[in-house]
Design a protein around this ligand. Sequence first.
Ligand code: CLF
Ligand code: SF4
Length: 515
Amino acid sequence: MELGTRKAFAQLPVMQPAPLSGERKGCDAKGASGKSGCGSAAGQGDLSPQIWEKVKNHPCYSEEAHHHYARMHVAVAPACNIQCNFCNRKYDCSNESRPGVVSERLTPEQAARKVIAVASSIPQMTVLGIAGPGDPLANPDKTFKTFELVSRTAPDIKLCLSTNGLMFPEYVERIHALKIDHVTITINMIDPEIGAKIYPWIYYNRTKYLGVEAARILSERQLLGLEMLTERGILCKVNSVMIPGINDRHLAEVNKAVKSRGAFLHNIMPLISAPEHGTVFGLNGTRGPTAQELKALQDSCEGEMNMMRHCRQCRADAVGLLGEDRSNEFTTERVMEMEVHYDLEIRHAYQEEVEKQRAAVVAARNEELKTLAGADSDISILIAVASKGGGRINQHFGHAREFQVYEVSTAGVKFVGHRRVDNYCQGGFGEEQSLETVIRAINDCVAVFISRIGNCPREGLLKAGILPVDRFALEYIEQSALAFFREYLERIRSGEIEHKQRGDADIRQGALIAT
Ligand code: CLF
Ligand code: SF4
């Protein structure tokens, strides 16, 4: 594609107008959780206009936005100052990426050019994050130089930083001065005894600290840094890796500690620990949580604080919507050859269209929710969805590399996670083994919504008790999920079907690889 031109803009996949399935009637319901603006809720809700401005098109800080807006990372920060037992330094930082893919390291100048090139060709790319592959604040010069260069040319792009937090107190003023409005800290413990099982050492003030002492210093500086940032009005997200048997029970305390210090969002992520990643946890057999274990912990922490459930544990050089990775389209070689023209007007025009589409998704959902008004049932179900974005059911079963999972009840519909899979369709034919892994990944779901599906996988899913549903093809996810749920309740009431609890599901280790 010719980049940075109006022609290129015209060729971008603009989302289709809203098709409504049948007549929709009803009330003015809110999102399921009742909270708004981020995590699993939608819309501005009770957020102040200033906060809403910061989160509304940030795909990580707003679940609703992640269907429409993209982020990119640049891998300018190779060094790290601590060791986590879920990380192998040969690979990306597990805080904000998954192990398994080595990033292309960039200089700040290369990184800034890449950002402008991506922003010129993906006008819905609204956020630049620096998240590794080591720790950004262990590489402060490269990190801040990159942000400076980008903010000069592209002032509309939000700056986002993700760090282990060891060096926060030294750099809070610089973060504030550079208008880095979004900061993520990975906090896996507040108890140094637990921390010693996660962090064998840290390197601080030219000294190497071990075990409990290392964890104590790290924890104190993380919590102090969080306080300093929130005092300055910087939106902080806390990432925590859920490690069964080590910090799974403790993370509720972490949640309280970060909430009391003003964190805006808490993202509890599953441990990735496949032996082939060569991490301590991978090699000693520490397992990641199951889907039910993760959801139960997230649900228990969801009080006053928003929980993020749509994290994809993406790479340190990821580009695109959270569920996709277009980094291969923007290698340094390609970026250097591109003719780049940053046009703010084009970006604004495109984003205005995105906002119209987004409003249509929300309006359709709210209309559908009215049809459940007065329904009295304590049943809730999970539904898996194949989607390429835009909040629609627009992907063939065989092409899906992840399924989005929604929980539906009379209270509404909310995004509760995603499941990575091997795509079933392998060069034109189906793969038996892949079908088994897909079924294990969505085993807790009553139905799977897809745009199309072949006979073989359809039969396999039915045998496993999962209903394949393609009649909502290209329609909105949330609206369709509510319509399906209303019918589901009617069929239960009529005695046609019986509601049964589904089993647990696998969270797949490793993951999304750029195609
Ligand atoms: Fe990147 Fe992180 Fe910023 Fe997002 S990612 S630095 S806040 S722009 Fe997002 Fe990726 Fe999860 Fe991170 S999905 S790993 S939470
Ligand atoms: Fe690895 Fe990131 Fe931990 Fe450093 S902070 S050891 S790069 S996971």
